[in-house]
Design a protein around this ligand. Structure first.
Ligand code: AMP
Length: 308
């Protein structure tokens, strides 16, 4: 099954307590595409890069099977640049620099050959642009959306409008509380689902994730990664693994959504092991499925004999 990905394509500067890089490939669409490339047959990327975008990065995306017909090249400026710094508590980061560059005037245009894509990943961009993507897709089958505090606070009406057209929203716990104006996470989830999405995933950083559907709640464990170097892109990678799995299996049932949440967590756990998207470049099927098994074992709850 095919997958459409829209979001930022970027160069990132990253500082963590373990080292730093000045300029490494990044962006939400990049991470989503790389993570989903292990599952999806066709990945249709929609984004924009500037005149500084390197040929080796184009080659990497092509090598991972990403279709770049929808990747605009704007020679009037540079690629979006973001710089962040992490502290010992890797859940917290400071944004040191954001240079929108060619991303400032990004207008997503969906090539005709992408318009029948079934699975849609709306990376974290302005909600009205996310909606513009949906306007250009014919009969989207399953739409997953990411967002952030910046849009929840800055463009709440546009966000709520887009949310009505989304099947699954993926946000973190603080964003869920803010969106619902509700400190209790369970109540916040209920309120967010009333805004439109049939399913909701609340990520809790290194503490796992919660999946809410109409009928059930599923709690995914966190993987105890020993060598965390750089959390950049973990959220986008989670979304890429999740949607890649859904498109590969072409099954959005609650049971398969559970597998997809674990597959997202598997891919995110690899992502943080090296700087930028390095670890996502050459994973093997065995590494992925072995880690999936480890996740299953992590949350196996033994039975108590006198309980049925
Ligand atoms: P994550 O760590 O999953 O939240 O995503 C990190 C990626 O988001 C980095 O590779 C950045 O290039 C990208 N990013 C940071 N700020 C923005 C922004 N305002 N709009 C779009 N992408 C961004």
């Amino acid at each position: 099954m095919s997958l459409l990905v829209v979001g930022s394509v970027a160069y990132d500067g990253i500082e963590t307590p373990f080292g730093s890089v000045d300029r490494i490939l990044g962006g939400s669409a990049t991470y989503i595409s790389l993570a989903s490339s292990y599952f999806a047959n066709i990945i249709n990327l929609v984004g924009v890069v500037g005149k500084d975008f390197k040929e080796e990065d184009i080659k990497l995306l092509r090598r991972k099977g990403v279709d770049l017909q929808g990747l605009q090249r704007d020679d009037s400026g540079n690629t979006f640049f973001w710089k962040g710094k992490y502290h010992y508590d890797l859940n917290n980061r400071d944004t040191l620099d954001t240079q929108l560059n060619v991303f400032e005037h990004f207008d997503p245009v969906i090539p005709e050959s992408y318009q029948n894509t079934k699975y849609i990943a709306l990376g974290n961009i302005e909600p009205s642009l996310q909606e513009k993507v949906l306007d250009q897709v014919k009969n989207p089958g399953f739409v997953v959306m990411d967002t952030m505090n910046f849009w929840i606070e800055g463009t709440p009406e546009a966000l709520k409008k887009t949310l009505k057209r989304v099947d699954l929203l993926v946000i973190n716990d603080s964003e869920a509380r803010e969106l619902a104006h509700e400190p209790n996470l369970m109540k916040a989830a209920e309120k967010v689902m009333e805004m439109g999405p049939q399913a909701l995933i609340i990520k809790k950083g290194e503490h796992g994730a919660l999946l809410f559907t109409d009928s059930e709640i599923f709690s995914a464990p966190a993987y105890p990664v020993i060598d965390i170097f750089d959390p950049t892109g973990a959220g986008d990678t989670f979304m890429g693994g999740l949607l890649g799995w859904l498109s590969y299996t072409d099954d959005a049932s609650p049971q398969n959504l559970r597998r997809a949440v674990i597959m997202g967590s598997v891919m995110a756990s690899f992502c943080v092991e090296e700087f930028g998207p390095e670890r996502l470049k050459d994973l093997t099927e065995k590494e992925i499925y072995d880690r999936y098994r480890e996740f299953r074992e992590l949350s196996e709850i033994p039975e108590i004999s006198h309980l049925d």
